[in-house]
Design a protein around this ligand. Structure first.
Ligand SMILES: *[C@@H]1O[C@H](CO)[C@@H](O)[C@H](O)[C@H]1NC(C)=O
Ligand SMILES: *[C@@H]1O[C@H](CO)[C@@H](O)[C@H](O)[C@H]1NC(C)=O
Ligand SMILES: *[C@@H]1O[C@H](CO)[C@@H](O)[C@H](O)[C@H]1NC(C)=O
Length: 215
């Protein structure tokens, strides 16, 4: 019985400190603690220790503005904020990269526009990623819609996607790449909101080859 009694005393002494916040009508609570505490604790004394958890939310509901704020404002705010800790909970996934390749219209050959451009079938694009040690490369061909989708090198995760870019490699009939969107110097990857299966999906801006208008 002695341990139980001790426990009971501990809990009641705790409620003495926990209960004062109850008077919501008195915002300057701290100075009033001493005068009000004798009134409040008796209510809690009636409850056995088991009911303590039921009551703990109640004091929290009213007084947090007075009690939690002065004690732990900065700590409570600061601990969740570091993005690094949040990012650590975002799982690494492999990346996939999509885009569309066009051939410019003859009227706009050499001009920095996709106006009247048409999708290009059979173009080859290259995804390159500078890992810490290796340059990882994957290539893909465009379909009849000019669309390509590359499942990235298996050592590149969404964390390393910023070290990747897409360049134009070749196209049928010896068409020459244009630097539209960085098709020559390297088009950056932009994250998409939707994933592609288990991959984190990225897009590159539309790329283009120069037309062959000799005929
Ligand atoms: C192509 O670009 C040049 C230089 O910017 C411009 O003078 C010309 O009008 C453009 N051609 C067309 C068809 O827009
Ligand atoms: C990788 O690094 C090399 C040398 O710094 C650079 O020329 C190349 O463009 C980089 N590739 C990518 C995909 O960032
Ligand atoms: C190629 O295009 C990219 C993206 O538009 C641009 O930043 C870069 O300066 C261009 N490079 C050349 C050599 O035109």
């Amino acid at each position: 019985m002695a341990p139980l009694l001790l426990l009971f005393l501990l809990i009641t002494s705790f409620t003495v400190f926990a209960s004062p916040p109850l008077p919501p009508t008195n915002p300057p609570s701290t100075p009033l603690l001493a005068t009000h505490s004798p009134l409040q604790p008796p209510r809690h004394h009636h409850h056995p220790p088991a009911s303590a958890p039921v009551h703990s939310p109640a004091p929290l509901a009213t007084p947090p503005t007075h009690y939690i704020h002065p004690l732990t404002p900065s700590k409570l705010v600061k601990t969740p904020t570091p993005t690094s800790t949040i990012e650590n909970y975002i799982p690494r996934t492999l990346i996939a990269v999509q885009g569309v390749v066009y051939v410019k219209a003859c009227e706009f050959a050499g001009n920095d526009t996709l106006w009247l451009a048409t999708p290009l079938l059979g173009a080859i694009v290259k995804l390159g990623c500078n890992n810490t040690k290796y340059t990882l490369v994957e290539t893909a061909n465009t379909d009849e819609h000019g669309y390509f989708l590359i499942e990235g090198p298996k050592f590149v995760t969404n964390y390393g996607a910023h070290k990747c870019n897409v360049v134009l490699v070749s196209a049928p009939n010896g068409l020459k790449p244009s630097n539209f969107s960085g098709g020559i110097t390297g088009a950056p990857l932009r994250p998409e909101k939707k994933p592609y299966g288990p991959f984190t999906l990225y897009s590159v801006a539309p790329l283009a080859f120069e037309p062959d208008c000799q005929r």
